[in-house]
Design a protein around this ligand. Structure first.
Ligand SMILES: Cc1cc2nc3c(=O)[nH]c(=O)nc-3n(C[C@H](O)[C@H](O)[C@H](O)COP(=O)(O)O)c2cc1C
Length: 261
């Protein structure tokens, strides 16, 4: 295969995307290196890859697009004809333009897309949707994908392959989901949420509050608060979750894999 390193590079506020990217990268090399772009410091840094490296990328789907963060997710990555495998994880609804957006951004930064996968993970807003995924069937698909990627890279002409993924240009408009968590009086000011927030939306001087202009509604703060002090207040959120569960608990969606030709 290639002479360089394998990297698993992901943005994953609640771990669903990470599970797929690291499983795939780990199957492609037992020395795969992780780069966690959920951390703002990592997104602010340049990450440079060579033509002999293999980069497995991943991000979640938010309203059919990539999460819209100031400065972007993949914008500081630099490839040099570096083969890349694009991945998205989504909450059993649809991935729409997100995989295409990821491919477009990364290819504009010097990566050569050879394969792509759309995977199902627990929905950020309800662990009942996509519960337990990736499960055994998903992981079998990850193994199949790793074997497919290896086989592609063994072809002498892989550098001239072209990857086509679903999605439309122009992409659907980015839509904010008005779900904003906040802390209550049980907040101990431990700052776990401040450091875990990928969007810099929790001011360290008042960690119970949320800058709604920056918040991407990923709920990393809710899930990482050791005191259980952060939640989305009000009756609208449980109603929305009920609606999502009504529509998305079934049918079960299956992973979709794409290879360059
Ligand atoms: C703001 C927001 C919008 C979302 N939009 C979609 C969507 O359009 N389609 C879908 O199937 N899941 C959607 N989800 C669910 C996530 O894509 C899914 O839970 C993903 O696996 C989370 O990735 P992570 O665990 O790596 O953070 C959305 C989640 C959030 C927070």
């Amino acid at each position: 295969m290639l002479q360089g390193k394998v990297y698993g590079v992901y943005f994953s506020p609640t771990g669903g995307t990470r599970a797929y990217v690291t499983a795939l990268a780990g199957l492609l090399s037992c020395e795969a290196e992780e780069i966690d772009l959920t951390a703002r410091e990592e997104r602010a840094r340049d990450h440079v890859f060579g033509p002999e490296d293999l980069v497995i990328l991943g991000a979640p789907v938010y309203a059919g697009r990539l999460p819209q963060l100031e400065g972007g997710i993949f914008e500081r990555l630099r490839g040099d004809g570096t083969p890349a495998v694009f991945n998205v994880s989504y909450g059993n609804r649809a991935f729409e333009d997100a995989l295409l957006e990821e491919q477009d951004i990364c290819q504009a930064h010097g990566f050569h897309g050879i394969a792509a996968g759309a995977w199902i993970a627990p929905h950020t807003f309800s662990g009942r949707i996509g519960s337990g995924r990736p499960d055994g069937t998903d992981l079998e698909k990850v193994r199949e994908f790793a074997a497919g990627v290896r086989a592609l890279l063994e072809r002498p002409d892989w550098r001239s392959c072209r990857l086509t993924v679903p999605g439309d240009r122009p992409y659907r408009p980015a839509r904010r989901v008005e779900v904003y968590p906040a802390g209550d009086e049980s907040c101990t000011r431990c700052m776990a949420c401040v450091s875990r927030c990928p969007a810099g939306a929790i001011p360290p001087e008042s960690p119970r509050s949320t800058d709604t202009g920056r918040c991407i509604s990923c709920l990393a703060c809710v899930k990482s608060c050791p005191a259980g002090a952060r939640a989305v207040a009000g009756p609208a959120f449980p109603k929305m979750v009920e609606g999502l569960e009504g529509r998305l608990l079934s049918p079960r969606r299956e992973p979709e894999l794409y290879y360059g030709r």
